[in-house]
Write a protein that binds this ligand. Sequence first.
Ligand code: DP6
Length: 356
Amino acid sequence: MSTYQATVSAPVNIACIKYWGKRDTKLILPTNSSLSVTLDQDHLRSTTSARCDPGFEKDALWLNGKEDEIKPGGRLATCITEMKKLRKEYEDQNPNEPKISGYSVRIASENNFPTAAGLASSASGFAALVYALATLYKLPSSPSQLSLIARQGSGSACRSLFGGFVAWEMGTSVTGTDSFAVQVAPAEHWSDMHALICVVSDAKKGTSSTSGMQRTVETSELLQWRIKEVVPKRMKEMQKAILDKDFDTFATITMRDSNQFHAVALDTDPPIFYMNDTSRAIVAMVTELNRVSVENGGGLKAAYTYDAGPNAVIYAREKDMKEIVNMVCHYFPLLASTQPYEDRFKLFSAGEKVGE
Ligand code: DP6
């Protein structure tokens, strides 16, 4: 009897239109669609190995070298069960394939960046988990099909199954079959778009996304306005901006959406604060940079965005990145990790590193 094994890695994605709120907490169905950019940088990935063997007694998982519990009915268990189901269907359709869907699996996953520090570790983590099992099981599933399962691990994970610019369509069904990720454009479409991550703090965040967004759904009136009136319009405008490579519109929507996400966090009872003084100072720096550029007849140069933590992600075109990095280094010399320019964060190209 042989052991079957696969190792893959998956990248982080950073949303420009934020997912914040679930209409179904078990299936992880969102209250609004979202849109992100997948980052390709060797420093921001989850690498996951999956093995199955008839001798394994139970499913087991190691996260960054430490064994993690797989709670029955929890998110990890759901993803593993769904992937085994897909393998079983595949075996039924291909009788010559080895019958491994009944074996227990052992999974080892490593993040090469701080876990749970607002750097979307659950996104790359669950995307890598689902992709590792799909590779182990040799499944012919498309990235959108796999995104349906990654979504049930962590909502934002469904977007990390694609490179480039990715939309998570919220869907309308109660079963979630129409709530999956699609690629808006590959990274090569807008290859001079770059992202710089400013690690303001790598401490674990105070309020997790999962509990924070649930509290927002229960208490924020502003969220209802955002869901109905704001996001549907922004999704359309943003997709057009990406297809047209219109940086001004891309940057305007990205910054406004980050601001609105933090506004609904503040509108939550009790309020949630994810940004700190340094985050706000970076907002001021980007705002000033853009103001001067526009005053001199140019367009916007940079767009900031913040997830559920104080770290800033700055999107900019390659031609402006050097100036921005110099500015960040000048005004914020004490950032926990300032990446050298050559090491700046680039976009992930579709499928590049997955399946190694
Ligand atoms: C602010 O995907 O971590 O990063 O589905 O509960 O696991 P769960 O939440 P998660 O939330 C991400 C929130 C966000 C915005 C985004 O990535 O769209």
